[in-house]
Design a protein around this ligand. Structure first.
Ligand SMILES: Nc1ncnc2c1ncn2[C@@H]1O[C@H](COP(=O)(O)OP(=O)(O)OP(=O)(O)O)[C@@H](O)[C@H]1O
Ligand SMILES: [Mg+2]
Length: 504
C-alpha cells in the first residue's frame, strides 16, 4: 500500500515536537514535550542531550499513535532542529561526554576575543560567511576540548563524535552504536564556522583555526535527500531531510526562490531572505547561510538577520520575573496601557546578534519612573521584538538595495495580535501570516516528502500556502521616529554597559 503521510521532527530550544502531515500539508497529529534548560553560570546555557533524545523518542511514538496510523504509513521523516547547539559523545558507548552547549551560550567570548587579534575573523567571514561570535558551534567545540585534556586526547584518537542536534538525533534514530549514521546537512553545517560556503565541505583552514580533528565531524549531506532509515523508536521510515529550523520555516513558507523572505518569532527571531544560488556577503551586519540544497542541484543561499531573544524574553518574564503566568498574558497586560510610559527593554541576554553582533552587550530595562507599571514593562517587552525586527529589516533593505513591501511571519509569537500590529507599525509595511503557523515542521516535512517523491515538486507545495491574517501599519511617522530614536539610545547603552570600565 502507498504510504499516505509524512512526519517531521522539530527538535527546538525549549521543546521537541513530532507532527504528522497529509498530502495537502494538513496537520494530522502533533505531540510535543519540553526539556530542561540549565543555566550553570551567567551567560551559560546547556541542555541534556540524553533527555532530548528520550523526549524525541516519546513524541515520535505519541504522534504516530495519536494519528492512528502505523509507521509503515509514513513515507518519510524530516528532521529539523535548533541550530548551533552542539554535543560530543563517545562513538563506542553513545554516551555524551558533557551537557550540550546551546546556541545562546556566551562562554566562548574570551576564546573569540583572542582569535580576533589574528586573521581568523577575516578567514571565517570569507570562508564560512559568519562573524566571529559566540553564537556558532565551532568555538563551542574548541572550548570543550580545551576544558579537558583527556577529551582532547580521545578526540584526537577518533573516539569521539561531534554533532549539532540534527546529527545527534539522526545517529540515534538510525541505530546509535549499532550502525547509526553520522551525518549533517549543509544548512546545519553552515552554522558551525567550520564549513566552506563554496565547497560545502569542512574547510581545512577553519579546522586549523579551531584545531578540530576531522575524524569527529559528520559527513555533510544535501538537505533534501535520504540519509538513512529509522531503527528507533519506530522502524523503517526513510529520513528524507535534515534542515536547520530557520531554513525549514523558509522552506515551509514556500520561499524557494531568490527574493523571497520570512521572519519567524519563537525563542529567538530570524529573518531569512533567499538569495538564490549566489553567495551574498552582507555589508549591514547580516550573515550568509545555506538555505537548502536538493541532492544533485546547486545549493541555494540566504541572508539572515538573527535576533537571539524575542519569545525568550517573554518566557523570562514568566519563569524568572513571574510577571505573567502564561506567554499570552503578556499581550493582555501590555494592552492595558496605550504606550510604554517611557520604558524600554533591550534583551541582550546573549549579547546582541544582528545587526550589532556585540557579544559583550548586556540586557537592560531603562526609563524607569514611578509612573511605570508592570503593564508598561510588558509593552516594552513586546516592543523590543518589534524594534529588533526593525533593525534586521533595515539591514536587509540596505543589503538588497530595495525596501521590502511586506513581511511574511510565523512562529509562536505570531499568536500575539498586539505584537504583530506593533511590527507592522514600526516597519510601516503590512505583516502577513499564513494558515499554517508550524512552518518549521512543515518545511522539514516538505523537504523529506520531496526526497522520496511523495510530492512531485516545489510548485505543488506552493499551492498549500493561504493567508490567515494581515496587519496593516497605522502609526504616525513622527511617533515612530521618536520611538526609534529612544530604542537606538537604549541599544547603545546596552552595548556600553558591556564594555570594560574602570572599577567594574
Ligand atoms: N501570545 C504570545 N505573546 C508573546 N509571546 C508568545 C505568545 N505565545 C507564545 N509566545 C512566545 O513564543 C515562543 C514559542 O514560540 P515557538 O513555539 O514558535 O517557539 P520555538 O522557537 O519553536 O521554540 P524552540 O526555540 O523551542 O524551537 C515562546 O518563547 C513564548 O514565550
Ligand atoms: Mg522552534
Amino acid at each position: 500500500m502507498k504510504r499516505r503521510y509524512v512526519a517531521a521532527l522539530d527538535q527546538g530550544t525549549t521543546s521537541s515536537r513530532c507532527i504528522v502531515f497529509d498530502h495537502d500539508g494538513r496537520m494530522i497529529a502533533i505531540a510535543q514535550r519540553e526539556h530542561r534548560q540549565y543555566y550553570p553560570r551567567p551567560g551559560w546555557v546547556e541542555h541534556d542531550a540524553v533527555e532530548i533524545w528520550t523526549t524525541v523518542q516519546r513524541v515520535i511514538r505519541q504522534a504516530v499513535a495519536d494519528a492512528g496510523i502505523a509507521a509503515s504509513d509514513i513515507a518519510a521523516l524530516g528532521v529539523t532542529n535548533q541550530r548551533e547547539t552542539m554535543v560530543v559523545w563517545d562513538r563506542a558507548t553513545g554516551v555524551p561526554v558533557h551537557r550540550a552547549i546551546v546556541w545562546q551560550d556566551t562562554r566562548t567570548a574570551g576564546l573569540l576575543a583572542e582569535l580576533d587579534h589574528t586573521d581568523a575573523a577575516e578567514q571565517i567571514r570569507a570562508r564560512a560567511g559568519l562573524p566571529l561570535v559566540t553564537y556558532f558551534s565551532g568555538a563551542k567545540l574548541r572550548w570543550l576540548l580545551d576544558s579537558d585534556a583527556d577529551l582532547a586526547d580521545r578526540a584526537a584518537r577518533g573516539e569521539l563524535l561531534f554533532g549539532t542536534m540534527d546529527t545527534w538525533i539522526t545517529w540515534n534514530l538510525t541505530g546509535g552504536t549499532a550502525g547509526g549514521r553520522h551525518v549533517t546537512d549543509v544548512t546545519n553545517a553552515s552554522r558551525t564556522m567550520l564549513m566552506n560556503l563554496e565547497t560545502l565541505d569542512w574547510d581545512d583552514a577553519l579546522l586549523e583555526i579551531f584545531r578540530v580533528p576531522r575524524s569527529m565531524l559528520p559527513e555533510i549531506r544535501s538537505t533534501v535527500g535520504v540519509v538513512g532509515t529509522t531503527v528507533d523508536p519506530v522502524a523503517d521510515i526513510p529520513i528524507g531531510a535534515l534542515i536547520g529550523d530557520q531554513q525549514a520555516s523558509l522552506f515551509g513558507q514556500g520561499a524557494f526562490d531568490a527574493g523571497e523572505a520570512k521572519c519567524t518569532f519563537g525563542t529567538g527571531g530570524f529573518l531569512l531572505l533567499n538569495t538564490g544560488t549566489e553567495i551574498t556577503h552582507s555589508r549591514h551586519g547580516l550573515i550568509t547561510t545555506v538555505a537548502h540544497r536538493i541532492d544533485g542541484e546547486p545549493a541555494v543561499y540566504a541572508l539572515e538577520g538573527s535576533m537571539a531573544m524575542t519569545g525568550g524574553l517573554v518566557q523570562w518574564c514568566r519563569d524568572s520575573l513571574r510577571l505573567i503566568k502564561t506567554p499570552s498574558e503578556i499581550e493582555t497586560l501590555a494592552a492595558q496601557v496605550p504606550d510604554n510610559g517611557g520604558c524600554y527593554v533591550v534583551p541582550a541576554f546573549s549579547g546582541l546578534f544582528a545587526p550589532h553582533w556585540d557579544a559583550g552587550a548586556q540586557g537592560l530595562i531603562i526609563g524607569l519612573t514611578s509612573f511605570v507599571t508592570r503593564s508598561h514593562i510588558a509593552r516594552a517587552v513586546l516592543e523590543a521584538t518589534a524594534w529588533q525586527t526593525y533593525d534586521v529589516v533595515d539591514a536587509m533593505n540596505g543589503d538588497a538595495g530595495l525596501r521590502a513591501s511586506r513581511l511574511v511571519v510565523d512562529g509562536g509569537m505570531t499568536a500575539d495580535n498586539l505584537l504583530m500590529q506593533m511590527v507592522a507599525d514600526v516597519l510601516d509595511i503590512p505583516v502577513v501570516r499564513p494558515m499554517m503557523a508550524e512552518t518549521v515542521a512543515l518545511g522539514a516535512a516538505y523537504a523529506a516528502g520531496l526526497a522520496v517523491g511523495y510530492w512531485p515538486d516545489r510548485a505543488a507545495l506552493r499551492r498549500h500556502w493561504h493567508v490567515a491574517a494581515e496587519w496593516l501599519p497605522g502609526m504616525d511617522a513622527q511617533r515612530r521616529d521618536r520611538e526609534l530614536a529612544s530604542w537606538r539610545r537604549a541599544v547603545e547603552l546596552a552595548i556600553a554597559w558591556g564594555r570594560p570600565a574602570a572599577g567594574r
